[in-house]
Ligand binder design. Sequence first.
Ligand code: GAL
Length: 674
Amino acid sequence: MNRTLSVPGIAYGGDYNPEQWPEEVWAEDVRLMREAGVNMVSVGIFSWALLEPAEGVYDFSRMDRILDLLHENGIAADLATPTAAPPAWFFRAHPQALPVDHDGRTLSYGSRQTFCPSSPAYRQAALRIARALAERYADHPAVVMWHVHNEYGCHNAACYCDTSAQAFRSWLRARYGDDLAALNDAWGTTFWSQWYYDWDEILPPRATGAVPNPTHQLDWRRFCSDELLSLCRAERDVLREAAPEIPATTNFMVMYNFDALDYWRWAPELDIVSNDHYLRSTDPESEIDVALSGDLVRSLAGGRPWLLMEHSTGAVNWQPVNRAKGPGELRRNALAHVAHGADGIAYFQWRAAKAGAEQWHSAMLPHTGTDSRIWQDVVRLGADLKALAEVRGSTRTAEVAVVWDWNARWALELPSQPSEEVRYLDLVRAWYEPLWRSGVAVDFVRPDADLSSYRLVLAPSLYLVDDAGAANLTGFAARGGTLAVGFHSGAVDENCHVRLGGYPGAFRQALGVRTDELFPLLPGESPGLSGEVPAGATATLWSERLRLEGAEAIASYTSGVLAGVPAVTRHTHGAGTAWYLATRPDPTTLAGLLDRMRTEAGVEPVRTTPEGVEAVLRRGADADYLFLINHTDQPAEVPVSAEATELLTGKPVPGSVAVPSGEVAVVRELRGGS
Ligand code: GAL
C-alpha cells in the first residue's frame, strides 16, 4: 500500500505539547498557528503519563479535545505513540525495565527514554498504549500520520543489564547460525584468552579492565540498533493493523553527535522518512551540515521527499553555550532543508515551555510572545512554504555518490586504532564541503548500492568493508567510473579482521598501490606536499609508507620521515580511474583534487554561482526548481532561464535573479525553456 502524507503542499508546524498549558491557552495556539500558516503538528509525544494514568486505565479526554480543536481549525495531526517517556507508575511496577549503563549503574526514572530496549515489560506496555491510541484515533479526521516513539536511541541506545545480555545472545545465535565456533572465529577469541565455550558466557561489552574485543563491540552496536528497530517495527505493525492507510514515520537523528542507529536498515521499514537536525553552536559553517544531513536523509529515503520533523527557531538548551540564530538564518536553514528534499518543515516546539527541562529551548512562539523576531520569522516562513507548494514531490538527481556506512563509522571509532584523531564525520564532511561549495549535487550510498547512475563515487572513509561492498566499488571503476578512496579504507572485513598483504587491503589492487606501514600524524604535524597540487600544499592527520604498483603519484611528501613517498595517487583500473588519498590534504588542496576528479569524470555543478551562494536543484514533472541561498553579506545575481519565475515573490525573473545578502530565491524554470 502506498501510504503518503495527505497534507497539501509543504507541511509546516512543530511539536505541539498543549498538555503543558491550561486549556484557555489552546484557542490562542490554534489562532496563531493559522496566522503562521501551520498545517500539521506532532502531538502526544510525551503524553503517556496523562493518557494512561494507571496500568491499563486510559484518559483520552484531553487528546480528544486537542485533536478536535486542531481539526476544526484545519490543522492536521501527526499523532505520536508516547512510548519515549514511560510514566513513573510503570517503573515502580517494573523496576527491572530500568536501564543499566556501561559501568553497571542502574539509572532512575524522572527524565525520559530511561528504559531498557530489551525489557519485555516495556515492550508489552508500549504496544498496549500504541494499540489503545491507534484504535481510538484511527478514524479521527485530524490524524494524517503516526509518529512512532521519538528519536529512538537518543538517550538509551544501549543497556547493559542481564535482560539485554540475554537478548544479545539470541541476536548472536541468529547471526552466527547457532554456531559458537563461528562466533569465536569472527571475534578472534584466541586473543587474550577470550574463547567462549557456552553462549551464556557472553556478556555485553561492560566496563572491563582493558580494551574489549573489537568485534564484540561492533556486534554489540549492530545488536543495539536492531533491538530498537524491532521495537519500532512492533509499534508500526500495531498502528498499521488498526489504521492500514495512515503512514508511519519515526524521527531519525542524522546529526553530527548521534551515530547509534544504522539508518540504512531502518529507512525501508517506514512509510515516510523524517529527520531531526540541530545546528552545532561552534560550527562556523553549519549550513554545510544542513546540506550534508539533508542529502543523507534524502538518500535514506531512496531519493523520495522526506520531512524535517524537528529543528530549532533559535538556540537549543543542550550544548555548552547555546547560540541563537543570526538574521535570516531560520529562513535559510528551513529553505535549505526543502532544497535538499524536505517536503515538510517542523520545529521543536510550537510554544516555548515555561517549566521543565527544556524551558530554555527556543520555539516557534517564544516566551516573549508575538512581539519578537522569531515570531516574525515564523510567520514569514509560513508564507514562503505556502508559495513553494508546487515544489512538493520534486526530486534531485546527482552524478556524484558519497559512500556512507554506519558499520564503517562504528569500527573506525573503536578504541585502539592507529589514531584517535581520525573521526568519520570529519572526513566525510571534508570531502563533501568542496562539492557543496561548487554546487555539485551529491547522493549518499551504501557500499553495495547500485552505482550505475553515477560518474564519480567517493569513499572518504571506509575502514570496514565486506567483500561484496569492495567488489561493487572497484567494479564501478573497472566499468569506467571514477572512484576515489580515502586513507585507512578497506582495512578490515565485516568482522574487523585485518585484510592481510598490505594496505589499503580491499582496494589495493584497484588503486595500484601497496602500503607496508601506517604513519598517523600528530596534531600540529603537517608535512609538505608537492606534485600536481598548489604550492604550499600540506598533509595532516595521516600518512602511509606507500609504494606504487601501477598507479601514478599525483602528490608526494616533501618533508618528514616519508619525504619522497607518494601521498595521492591515480590509477587506471579497467575502463575507469581509481584515486587514493593516503592522507588528509589541506582544504584548498583537497578541493582542487576533488574538482579535478569531477571535471575528468564529466560532472557539472547544477549552476555556477558566486562564492557562498548555495545552488540546489529539485526536479519536478515539468519544471526545475533552483534554490539559491545567499550565505554571504554581499548581494548576488545569478543567471536563470529567460522564462523563469521566482516563487517566493511570485515575480518573473527573466534571465537573471537577484539574491540579496542572507536571502533565498527559489526559481521555477520550465523544462525545455531557454
Ligand atoms: C530532540 C527531541 C525533542 C527535544 C529537542 C530539543 O532531541 O526529540 O523532544 O528534546 O531535541 O532540541
